[in-house]
Design a protein around this ligand. Structure first.
Ligand SMILES: Nc1ncnc2c1ncn2[C@@H]1O[C@H](COP(=O)(O)OP(=O)(O)O)[C@@H](O)[C@H]1O
Ligand SMILES: Cc1ncc(C[n+]2csc(CCOP(=O)(O)OP(=O)(O)O)c2C)c(N)n1
Ligand SMILES: [Mg+2]
Ligand SMILES: [Mg+2]
Ligand SMILES: [Mg+2]
Length: 334
């Protein structure tokens, strides 16, 4: 690689050394030496395309480890593909690195990408690399495939459906508090677990495709459980009730809420979960149980779909059926 010094990246050397090896699984990417990549259309499949951006200070902390920033970027996108029932195939990365970013940082970032490209069996087929006077800004496009016409949508929930969520809710939002040192009093192993869930979400890439033909509506939880279920409700023309005590909490999150009850609202609305939220007909409970066993992912019924009441009407009720007041449903950038 031609650089003017060990720590001075050069745009084309960077692409050749750090990113081109990640394209190896896709011959049409031409080793990242052309204007664009060529992807053969696959008969019988729909291509599913999604894009999420991440900005330092907004989605992660500027001094988070570069490997984990890269892997979180991959995972938040694969989470969207999983939510559509799609199997991930290709990634495209637009990266705006702050001027002065050193080669060590960039190598570590590419190493994180490499780990997840390998783990999830995808290829980096293109992108763009620029320098910015602003904060680190990353955008990833993820392409996947699903049997034609069978992809899962946010629309399709009907009154009487049961609402399910995968894994546990609230760890990501609590994890941000953990990495900021704002969960003093929590045992160190719980702090570490929550921090890990914030920095390295686990996209449900096996569960998502297995929900095809089973879920009536599906999305991933990124902004916050309540707000995101509101999106399903709005496009499905229904409302929903979440029973707060049914929402699955990890042991670490349970310990945090036991320490400070006010954290329950953060669990329900804080986001950064990257779990799947879906509805199924009431009679599908056995199918869901066996799916949970097969995938090893906990699937918990947290509520029900009802006829539309108000716009995006999601209410959260406690064990006595009393509405739990929440200041907001989830994260909003604006
Ligand atoms: N700047 C944009 N240009 C085009 N489409 C966008 C833009 N921002 C968001 N979208 C689209 O709006 C929809 C909702 O986006 P978003 O709330 O970010 O979904 P998610 O939380 O799953 O990433 C998606 O279909 C997304 O592709
Ligand atoms: C440093 C930091 N502050 C705050 C948050 C909380 N946060 C920022 S964006 C966001 C929502 C998810 O990001 P978004 O860009 O909306 O992704 P999408 O919903 O499009 O998948 C959350 C919960 C965070 N992850 N990191
Ligand atoms: Mg998005
Ligand atoms: Mg999503
Ligand atoms: Mg969002």
């Amino acid at each position: 690689m031609s650089t003017t010094g060990a720590q001075a990246p050069d745009e084309f050397g960077l692409i050749a050394e750090l990113f081109a090896p990640l394209s190896a699984g896709c011959p049409g990417a031409l080793n990242l030496t052309d204007d664009a990549a060529f992807l053969a259309a696959e008969p019988g499949f729909d291509t599913v395309a999604t894009m999420d951006a991440m900005v330092a200070g907004v989605h992660f902390l500027p001094d988070d480890p570069p490997e984990l920033i890269a892997r979180k970027l991959v995972r938040v996108n694969l989470s969207d593909l999983a939510a559509k029932g799609a199997v991930p195939r290709h990634l495209m990365l637009a990266a705006a690195f702050p001027k002065g970013t050193g080669m060590d940082w960039l190598r570590a970032f590419a190493e994180g990408l490499r780990q997840d490209v390998e783990e999830f069996g995808v290829s980096l087929i293109g992108g763009d690399t620029v320098a910015t006077p602003g904060p680190l800004t990353l955008s990833l496009t993820a392409l996947g495939r699903v049997e034609a016409g069978r992809g899962l949508r946010r629309s399709g929930a009907v009154p009487g459906d049961h609402v399910y969520v995968s894994g546990s809710i609230g760890d990501g939002a609590l994890g941000l508090l953990a990495v900021q040192g704002r969960l003093a009093g929590l045992p160190p192993d719980a702090v570490a677990t929550l921090a890990g869930r914030y920095r390295l979400p686990q996209p449900r890439i096996v569960l998502g495709p297995a929900l095809v033909g089973l879920a009536r509506a599906s999305m991933d939880v990124s902004d916050g459980l309540v707000q995101d279920l509101g999106h399903i409700c709005r496009v499905s023309g229904v409302s929903a009730v979440i029973e707060a005590e049914r929402v699955p909490l990890s042991d670490a999150a349970r310990a945090a809420v036991a320490m400070d009850q006010s954290l329950l609202a953060l669990v329900l609305t804080g986001g950064d979960d990257y779990e799947l939220l879906f509805t199924v007909p009431a009679g599908a409970a056995r199918g869901i149980e066996s799916l949970a066993r097969r995938t090893g992912v906990a699937l918990t019924r947290i509520g029900r779909i009802e006829a539309a009441t108000q716009a995006a009407g999601v209410s959260v009720v406690d064990a006595d059926g009393v509405v739990v007041p929440l200041p907001r449903g989830g994260w909003r950038h604006f």
